[in-house]
Design a binder for this molecule. Structure first.
Ligand code: ATP
Ligand code: MG
Length: 551
């Protein structure tokens, strides 16, 4: 890919070693989302890593839906995940559903039973928890641990045939109840769930646990490097145990890296779903959401997201990334690509009293000062204009270089003007300004060497088109690590501000998804949801500058 970078990371080093030693002949990775929500920026990190590494070593990456949990999964999520992966710029080698391996997984479970490595246990989930012990206390063996192979086979079959109720029995691995690693204390492999599955329907009422299913899914697909997040580090011995005891032909290897955390961001599908379900946002693709769909609608480009994911690096230690870093890569990308235009978001009307009433003219203004090939556009100008309210002050402080009574400023690309009179309504609110212009300063150039310190933007009143402009602040004020719903207390009540702005007439042709730099205001995307036949809506993606610096 065009912006691939090959700076080192520890996973790349492991893969290089594995290829050199001959442990693996090729590299096959997978991206294995559970289809229980939309993908978020944390998933993007995993996608960029998995697809990027396979690409680098001429390998392949599968997209696999880890749909072993029947109750929470949905086809809407499956489709959105496919769309988001493609939009990010990746194409999978094979598309799989973990649920299509249920028959094979069942056979592997039978194999474990036959080898005396798994047994059916009748303890309740509470009892299993009590028997498990703690970090400092070894576990206690289940009284059902020593059932005969024949009995286990018969009971497991009955579990499969739906002869027991949910939770009545489980299949457990027979490993070591005194292992210092709690994951190895006879973990559950299968549980009974009488539920409809989006893919397999009512065929199954036993479902494999993640720790049993995942290594088998990897092995079945011939995955070589199974990259996952750090919380699975303690599960790796179990992953390896399953691969060894199931005697799979392929021997995948699990490697963990630190998940992405970001300031002012909640990043779990469960929490994001809560924000959607409780109408804090207008959907999974709300521009304030850290979902791929939300970032896309806000206006982030796939290039900026990929670069962000690469530059934050891959580490073994958890950390929190400043969410402004993503804005940095967006600016860096759009600076070269986005056309400039002038937009007035909080309008103040000015009348240029010495400009002829019926006259109008156009000024040629460059579309991108950094890229002459972007061309120029004709911007209409006449006697009445909108400027930004904040570009005028009646009683300015020192060092205010914009418009105030008696002061001269440049209207970007047009003329020098001076404010001669402030018009107010009966309550004292400023309704418009009267100004005069210097006809010799055409094009915004000084006629006699005199200098003006401020340049302000403007939009011609008679040709202006109006648009809804949506400005955003972080959705979450202070993220908390807590598992509950207390993060809802940190939702920012002022995360969205909607303004009615005025734009240059050319903007009537703007299409959903097109991106512009509004002079001095930042980068904006034409919102695909609220833009209609006769209505334009824009999302501010990021302002032009921030105090945030990268390295
Ligand atoms: P969530 O808690 O948001 O539901 P998850 O890990 O349960 O996340 P999965 O659908 O199981 O979501 O994740 C698919 C892949 O994406 C996994 O390999 C997972 O490790 C990875 N992933 C999920 N969240 C992050 C993150 N914040 N940073 C990096 N990788 C992530
Ligand atoms: Mg999950």
């Amino acid at each position: 890919m065009e912006d691939n970078n090959s700076s080192s990371n520890f996973i790349r080093n492991i893969i290089e070693e594995d290829l050199k030693s001959g442990e693996y002949k090729k590299v096959i990775t997978r991206f294995p989302p559970e289809p229980n929500g939309y993908l978020h920026i944390g998933h993007a990190k995993s996608i960029v890593l998995n697809f990027g590494l396979a690409d680098e070593f001429n390998g392949r990456t599968n997209l696999r839906f880890d749909d072993t949990n029947p109750s929470k999964e949905d086809n809407e999520y499956v489709e959105s995940i496919k769309e988001d992966v493609k939009w990010l710029g990746y194409d999978w080698e094979e598309l799989h559903f973990a649920s299509s391996y249920f028959d094979q997984m069942y056979e592997y479970a039978l194999l474990l039973i036959k080898k005396g490595k798994a047994y059916v246990c009748d303890l309740t989930s509470d009892e299993i928890r009590q028997y498990r012990g703690t970090l400092t206390k070894p576990g206690k063996e289940s009284p059902y641990r020593n059932r005969t192979t024949e009995e286990n086979i018969k009971l497991f079959e009955k579990m499969k045939n739906g002869e027991f109720k949910d939770g009545e029995k489980v299949l457990r691995a027979k490993i070591d109840m005194s292992s210092p690693n709690i994951n190895m204390r006879d973990p559950i492999l299968y549980r009974i769930v009488h539920a409809h599955h989006h893919n397999t329907g009512d065929k199954w009422c036993i479902y494999p646990m993640y720790d049993f299913a995942h290594p088998l899914e990897d092995a079945i697909e011939g995955v070589t490097h199974s990259i996952c997040t750090l919380e699975f580090e303690d599960h790796r011995p179990l992953y390896e145990w399953i691969i060894k005891e199931c005697e799979t032909e392929n021997k995948p290897k699990q490697i963990e890296f630190a998940r992405l955390n970001m300031t002012n961001t909640v990043m779990s599908k469960r929490k994001l779903k809560k924000l959607v379900d409780e109408n804090f946002v207008d959907g999974w693709d709300d521009p304030r959401m850290p979902t791929i769909a939300g970032l896309r609608r806000r206006g982030f480009t796939p290039q900026s997201i990929r670069r962000f994911c690469r530059e934050i690096g891959v580490a073994k230690a958890n950390s929190v990334v400043d969410s402004q870093m993503l804005d940095y890569f967006l600016r860096d990308d759009l600076e070269k690509k986005a056309l400039r235009t002038m937009a007035v978001l909080n309008p103040l009307k000015i009348v240029i009293t010495n400009y002829p009433e019926n006259k109008s003219e156009t000024f040629k203004i460059e579309n991108n000062p950094d890229d002459p090939s972007a061309g120029i556009r004709e911007v209409p100008f006449s006697r009445e204009l909108y400027i930004e309210q904040e570009d005028f002050m009646e009683n300015p402080p020192k060092k205010y270089y914009r418009l105030f009574p008696g002061n001269e400023v440049r209207l970007k690309g047009a003329y020098f003007i001076k404010c001669s009179e402030v018009i107010k309504d009966k309550d004292g609110n400023i309704t418009e300004l009267h100004c005069t212009y210097d006809p010799r300063s055409k094009g915004g150039n000084s006629p006699d060497g005199r200098k003006v310190r401020g340049t302000i933007h403007w939009v011609n009143v008679s040709t202006a088109i109006s648009a809804e402009v949506r400005l955003y602040e972080p959705l979450i004020l202070n993220e908390s690590e807590e598992e509950g719903d207390s993060f809802l207390d940190n939702v920012n009540p002022d995360s969205l501000k909607i303004l009615k702005g005025f734009l240059e007439p050319d903007m009537k042709n703007a299409k959903p998804g097109e991106k512009f730099q509004f002079f001095r205001h930042g980068y904006f995307n034409v919102d695909p949801k609220y833009t209609k036949e006769n209505k334009l809506a824009f999302n501010r993606i990021a302002s032009l500058k921030s105090s945030f610096k990268i390295k």
